[in-house]
Design a protein around this ligand. Sequence first.
Ligand code: PGA
Length: 239
Amino acid sequence: MKIINVGNYQELSERAAKIVIETVQNKPNAVLGLATGSTPIGLYNELIDDHAKNGTSYRKICTFNLDEYVGLEGSHPQSYLYFMRQHLFNHIDISPENTFIPNGKAEDMMKECERYEELIKEKGGIDLQILGIGQNGHIGFNEPGTSFSSRTHIIQLTESTRKANSRFFSSMDEVPTHAVTVGIQTIMESRKILLLVSGQAKMEAFKRLLSDEIDESFPASVLKLHNDVTVITDIAFDN
Ligand code: PGA
């Protein structure tokens, strides 16, 4: 893993945007794996600014989001489809038909998982996967204990994840209990991975990531087995 330490969140967002923009410029039909959550919002803002100022085009870009809550319509303000439209898709020239997010309201969720895996393959696989990290080390919604060989699947959210995400809902009861997420194996098949780690709340997770541990009890530790991972962090930490 290549670790890039930056001074603050703005710098983290700019460094990350530079990597995404380079990918898009070098391969105008690249397949990007996208993440939701607070961490990538600054990156998306940078991409929007760059698109407006420099005209970087996403016309032929295809995107796959990591995950979606089970049971929420895409029109629900807390759905990840809504998030992506609001924070990125509505502000760049990407074609909506090239943006893929698992359907959390599919009638047959198992079939939906298979369909999503197939789609990723059909589009040639992920060139650049953006990741955040949960305080418990989850990547996507792959909670601790998820098999490293998992593919897109349904997962029961841990109480700590539901609690962390309850800040976006009016009450804890409204936070979905399940999500659909691409699997760890799916993530590991991405050609390049960009992990963003921001804020003191992630300090423990970051320390654990830097340790020698590679174990399913800490999902992000699998990234040490990938040959092209860049971590950008604004956490000051001496090894
Ligand atoms: P956050 O979420 O960016 O909102 O901290 C990251 C995650 O849970 O994967």
